[in-house]
Design a protein around this ligand. Sequence first.
Ligand code: B1M
Length: 208
Amino acid sequence: MGILEEISTLLQQGRAPKVKSLVAQAIEEGIEPQKILEEGLLSGMSVVGEKFKNDQVFVPEVLIAARAMNAGTQVLKPYLIEEGVEEKGTVVLGTVKGDLHDIGKNLVKMMMEGKGLKVIDLGVDVPAETYLQAARENNARIIACSALLTTTMGEMKNVVDMAKASGLDVKVMIGGAPVTQDFADSIGADCYTPDAASAAEAALAFCS
Ligand code: B1M
């Protein structure tokens, strides 16, 4: 079994310390950090997601896998972000109200910081008004919303509507597994991106 496949398997088993050390080993072996993220960590997490959907694993197993995912991304973090880049703008980021998923959001944060953007991380379960208040207080150019549940995506419309009504010069970016370009268009969001790396690119473009 190759090292990336091994990382994926160990992540599915929730073996955080082992995932951490294998990610470090993969870096030492010269494997691209982005490849380790996609073909090791994210690939393992997607198997867990499928099993979760089919009732083959349950919340505790998913949480343990999520912990292993976080252990791996912490090792990757310094390699995914460019050092010494000057600050290019401020982004207010969070997972929308009612939604506690934060792994994707944390990846978005990591990638945005890697592009030299300052990220105010509001965490999870963030009401629309909190995004707006934080954007105002921090003079942010962007509000970035993540949602993983079809039941919480609707909160993004509240953020867009409040941002428009506020008169602030702020763009609203959205993303997360159930979110699509069509949905973004339907609620009038300024930008949808399918993954963390393209979210960071788009945010930088808005700030430039
Ligand atoms: Co939940 N969960 N979960 N869960 N969970 C999903 C999302 C689900 C698809 C599983 C399934 O059924 N297959 C399903 C949603 C179904 C739906 O809405 N249609 C689901 C459900 C139902 C639930 C609960 C309701 C389960 C229950 O309690 N019965 C519950 C809800 C809790 C709540 O939020 N109120 C719940 C709970 C949990 C855990 C707490 C156990 C755990 C979260 C732990 C944590 O986040 N700290 C969890 C997990 C881990 C998952 C799965 C397995 C993995 C999600 C993940 O982290 N993926 C997930 C299944 C799946 O997605 N396949 C599932 C890895 C992550 C990197 O991907 O977040 O999509 P993702 O981010 C991607 C892109 O989407 C994008 O960038 C990343 C890639 O680069 N992206 C953005 C994300 N945000 C972005 C923002 C952007 C741009 C791109 O711009 C701003």
